[in-house]
Write a protein that binds this ligand. Structure first.
Ligand code: RFL
Ligand code: PHB
Length: 391
């Protein structure tokens, strides 16, 4: 098999990239280790920045998102029973949209298959060879057969546990990492959500009330890194959520049937540079932001927009300057975004290692934000995201 760009992974990074390239007349093949049902059922992100919305619009894939997505104008942060209300349009002129990542993924998969463009599920990549040459090869297994895909460039969009980053020779990429001693337990519940996206910093730990529709809530609790689902009965979950959201009378947060749950360990991670030879890395394959801030998917889209523009330039002009500058261009946004998500994580969570001194600093910072429009603006403008280069 041969193509121009071999894309590993059909998450948001790989799928958006495939559509951007197809629109520019560049051939690509997407290889995805899991089944279509698995990929479409994976519940994750929910907040889309204007740059991500604009990308869907440019690709002509925004119709369902416009119908079913919810425009969000506010972000609340609770602490000590007070609420900091960030009025996003008032502070930034922008809004975000709530539309589940798995819905975006479904829309992108459907459109690619409708265009009869290659997207192989159950196609697990085992390795990449000849990254230093001009014909790199992707080795994968599909339908029980070992196959090789030869291409001009490989786009490593295979998430944090993928094989692309690992294909780079030792010493050529540096990892910067911070792993937290806690995780998020996320659930979907059939219950009326709070009107606003609400983060809470309480003495008991962090909680977040988000939503997926008028009748489905997306709720998160900070839990211990070693906790498993067994440690969190439904009763314990609801008790803790009411307490952490300062809903002592249990009359604000509506409880409902929990029909999905997942646990994600928190991590801040950047691998730099984001390229080696003929391999370009994007999305979670090369950086992870902790989920406070809701940035991971949006950052993956920002990466592949830069990557697609660089590849288009190369195929039009034969000049590789923009491809060679890919990592440098992306890393500026990546580090700023990781810094924002890391700061928000530090502001909102309960750190087991914190002394009362550090807890008081955290509360002092929240009091400052409560009373300062300037401080609210710096959070709001990073939450809605900064503009991307025009498409
Ligand atoms: P993905 O989505 O992990 O996709 C990678 C794909 O690669 C496949 N793969 C392979 N395929 C072939 N061969 C192999 N050897 C392979 N190894 C792996 C995998 O099966 C998979 O399909 O990475 P991508 O595309 O970079 O997208 C990144 C986002 O998924 C991620 O950053 C976000 O979900 C993060 N995130 C959020 N981001 C936001 O922008 N807004 C949010 O509100 C938000 N909330 C969240 C989040 C992540 C969370 N978790 C679960 C960590 C909330 C949570 C709880
Ligand atoms: C979500 O709706 O899933 C969500 C919202 C805000 C975050 C993370 C996740 O920071």
């Amino acid at each position: 098999m041969r193509t121009q760009i071999g894309i590993i992974g059909a998450g948001p990074a790989g799928l958006f990239l495939s559509h951007l390239l197809h629109r520019a007349g560049i051939d690509c093949v997407v290889l995805e280790a899991r089944s279509r049902a698995y990929v479409e059922g994976r519940v994750r992100a929910g907040v889309l920045e204007p740059g991500t919305i604009e990308t869907l619009e440019y690709l002509g894939l925004d119709a369902r998102m416009r119908r079913e997505g919810m425009v969000d104008e506010g972000l609340d942060i609770r602490f000590r029973g007070k609420t900091i209300h960030l009025d996003l349009p008032g502070l930034t002129g922008k809004r975000v949209t709530i539309y589940g990542q798995q819905e975006v993924v479904k829309d992108l998969i459907e459109a690619r298959l409708k265009d009869s463009q290659p997207l192989l599920f159950d196609a697990k990549v085992s390795g990449i060879s000849d990254l230093d040459g001009d014909r790199p090869k992707i080795h994968f297994n599909h339908d029980g057969r070992d196959e090789v895909l030869e291409c001009d460039y490989v786009a490593g969009c295979d998430g944090f546990h993928g094989v692309s980053r690992a294909a780079v020779p030792a010493g050529r990429i540096t990892d910067f990492e911070r792993v937290y001693d806690f995780a998020w337990l996320g659930v979907l519940s059939r219950s009326k959500p709070l009107a606003d996206m609400t983060y809470s910093n309480s003495d008991r730990g962090f909680a977040l009330c988000s939503r997926r529709s008028g009748t489905v809530s997306r709720l998160y609790l900070q839990i211990d890194a070693n906790d498993d689902h067994e440690s969190w009965s439904e009763d314990r979950f609801w008790d803790e959520l009411h307490a952490r959201m300062f809903d002592e009378n249990r009359d604000e947060i509506v409880e409902g049937e929990i029909f999905q749950r997942d646990i994600a360990r928190l991590r801040s991670f950047v691998a730099s540079p984001m390229q080696y030879g003929r391999l370009l890395l994007a999305g979670d394959a090369v950086h992870i932001t902790p989920p406070a801030g809701a940035k991971g998917l949006n950052l993956a889209v920002a990466d592949v927009r830069v990557m697609a523009a660089a590849l288009v330039d190369f195929y039009r002009t034969g000049n590789r300057d923009r491809i060679n500058g890919y990592s440098g261009k992306c890393l500026d946004r990546v580090w700023k975004t990781v810094r924002f998500s890391t700061t928000l994580t530090g502001l909102l969570h309960k750190f087991p290692e914190h002394s009362p001194f550090e807890r008081n600093l955290q509360l002092a910072e929240l009091e400052y934000i409560f009373g300062s429009r300037a401080a609210q603006t710096t959070i709001a403008e990073r939450y809605v995201g900064t503009p991307l280069d025009p498409l």
